[in-house]
Design a binder for this molecule. Structure first.
Ligand code: C2E
Ligand code: MG
Ligand code: MG
Ligand code: MG
Length: 281
């Protein structure tokens, strides 16, 4: 038994593990430093309305330009920021930046900002949103907050209260990555969401042999019957677009239209899809 324990200890300090812990510690330090030096950038990906046949908004996507490693994906550093308690200041920074950028865009355009579970249930979210709107002058109706199902499952009671406070500010709320979490359909009915974003894993499968077209169709009709807008994420092909259009999906987003781009590219995107380049300062 002592032998087994000793082996356990030994395994824990395997050089591999040690190196990984080391790398993580370095990344942690870099992340703290990045926040102080504002090494982050917000990229924007257009969201296209199939009803209006034009870009109706943008999603803000955080980018970390690491001095050595180059761009690091939010999928990698957001969980770390959550763990280190840095997600609150980081999330507030994104919110303020995205609102400040979006207020200069034509009035019909919305801005969608991702909010992590930790940030969503923090005491400061509603006041951070209120502050961002007040400071930038962005009308609440132009802001959409995207949250994932994990928020609902962990804290249904708190979530409902926060959603209602946000609605009081005129802000819209979207269910992101729908279909990938553990929430039941009844959750969707009991929370006042304005929009469902169909996860890209289902969209990727569209038009494939043995694909999951029926899931996409079901979510679109569910959204319609609940009075929610449906947005398909990760649209990459004309075939996927045609199918989504035929199924009555409201909005689409994906590389077929544009990758997420730096703020300076936003006028070009609008010129291309909306013919409104001059509307921006
Ligand atoms: P998400 O909110 O579901 O964002 C969509 C992700 O899909 C983005 O990845 C986007 O670049 C990518 N994408 C868009 N169109 C396509 C496509 O056609 N094909 C493929 N393969 N991918 C596409 P990204 O920017 O790496 O972000 C990953 C996730 O990180 C986001 O997923 C979101 O959950 C999180 N995230 C990003 N920015 C923020 C932020 O400011 N705050 C928080 N809390 N989370 C963020
Ligand atoms: Mg999102
Ligand atoms: Mg998503
Ligand atoms: Mg996602």
């Amino acid at each position: 038994r002592a032998k087994a324990e000793a082996r356990g200890v030994f395994r824990y300090f395997e050089p591999d593990m040690d190196a990984r812990l080391q790398a993580r510690r370095v990344l942690e330090n870099d992340l703290r430093h990045a926040l102080e030096t504002e090494a982050f950038e917000v990229y924007y990906q257009p969201i296209y309305s199939l009803g209006a046949e034009r870009v109706c908004g943008f999603e803000a996507l955080l980018r970390w330009k690491h001095p050595v490693r180059g761009f690091i994906s939010p999928a990698e550093f957001i969980p770390l920021a959550e763990e280190l308690g840095l997600i609150i200041p980081l999330g507030e920074w994104v919110l303020a930046k995205a609102c400040a950028d979006a207020v200069r865009w034509p009035d019909g355009l919305k801005i969608a900002v991702n909010v992590s579970a930790v940030q969503f249930t923090s005491a400061s979210l509603v006041s951070a949103v209120r502050d961002a709107l007040r400071v930038t002058g962005l009308p609440g109706r132009r802001l959409e907050l995207e949250i994932t199902e994990s928020v609902l499952v962990a804290n249904p009671g708190t979530t409902t209260a926060i959603l209602h406070s946000l609605k009081g500010l005129g802000v819209r709320v979207s269910m992101d990555d729908f279909g990938t979490g553990y929430s039941s359909l009844s959750y969707l009915r009991s929370f006042p969401f304005d929009k469902i974003k169909i996860d890209q894993s289902f969209v990727r499968d569209l038009c494939e042999e043995d694909g999951t077209d029926f899931i996409v169709r079901a979510v679109i009709s569910l959204g319609a019957s609940l009075g929610m807008t449906t947005t398909a994420e990760g649209v990459e092909t004309e075939a996927q677009l045609a199918r989504l259009r035929a199924e009555g999906c409201d909005e689409v987003q994906g590389y077929l239209f544009s990758r997420p781009v730096p703020i300076t590219e936003v006028p070009n995107i609008l010129a291309r899809w909306n013919g409104a380049a001059r509307a921006i300062a």
